[in-house]
Design a protein around this ligand. Structure first.
Ligand code: CA
Length: 219
């Protein structure tokens, strides 16, 4: 799960990146309105955490801009004020949720999981595809009823593929969703896929030649 955090308070942002990272999320951080416009235009994110007071603009306008462009990436607004009207404005502009500062990071994580889950039409935190069960709260993975121990990247990769079951994800999309702006080796995705297949079943992840990978529903 790749999160874009748009927040100009660096200290707060570092804390959020670190904490959500420990919970298995890939967080990429930007501080300005314009950087966020460019990033969302060009890249793939699972959700956005958006501060309202940015140095070069207002988060509400940013949200409005994205929704007018037809971008439906689930978004949580972080609001420092207790201004009720601002919260209503955000929800009316297409925010999926809001959280008032200060907040507990576990609540932010749970709310992110909830809006991403809703986006994918699921009503609980267990992602089930055939013989595969992924518990998104505990990050426990079961395959054919047996627990599978995965590295952080393997987990992220499997989660993205399972969430998009039936669709092909390109290597570039998978790199973005699991590494964000961190450096990624040229064959890292292939290596992780190889390990995932060994830990589950070869036929679970199908290579679509020249395009990418897709997760198969198998029993
Ligand atoms: Ca701010």
């Amino acid at each position: 799960m790749r999160i874009l955090l748009v927040e100009d308070n660096d200290l707060l942002a570092q804390g959020i990146c670190l904490s959500l990272g420990k919970l298995g999320m890939q967080v990429d951080h930007l501080s300005t309105y314009q950087q966020a416009v460019n990033a969302v235009h060009n890249e793939t994110f699972s959700a956005i955490v958006l501060d309202l007071g940015l140095p070069d603009g207002n988060g509400v306008d940013l949200l409005k801009h994205w929704r007018q462009q037809g971008l439906s990436i689930p978004t949580i607004v972080l609001t420092a004020n207790t201004d009720f009207d601002t919260k209503l404005d955000c929800l009316d502009m297409g925010a999926d949720d809001y959280l008032s500062k200060p907040f507990d990071i576990r609540e932010l994580a749970a709310r992110i999981r909830a809006i991403v889950r809703r986006q994918h039409g699921r009503d609980n935190n267990v992602l089930n595809v055939g013989a595969l069960d992924i518990n998104l709260s505990t990050r426990e993975v079961l395959f054919r009823g047996l627990s599978v121990a995965l590295s952080r990247r393997e987990y992220q990769l499997l989660h993205e593929l399972a969430q998009s079951c039936g669709r092909v994800l390109t290597r570039q999309q998978l790199e973005q969703l699991t590494y964000g702006w961190e450096e990624v080796g040229s064959n890292s995705i292939e290596v992780h896929i190889h390990h995932l297949r060994k830990k589950t079943a070869n036929e679970l992840i199908k290579t679509v030649r020249g395009i990418g990978y897709t997760l198969m529903e198998i029993e």
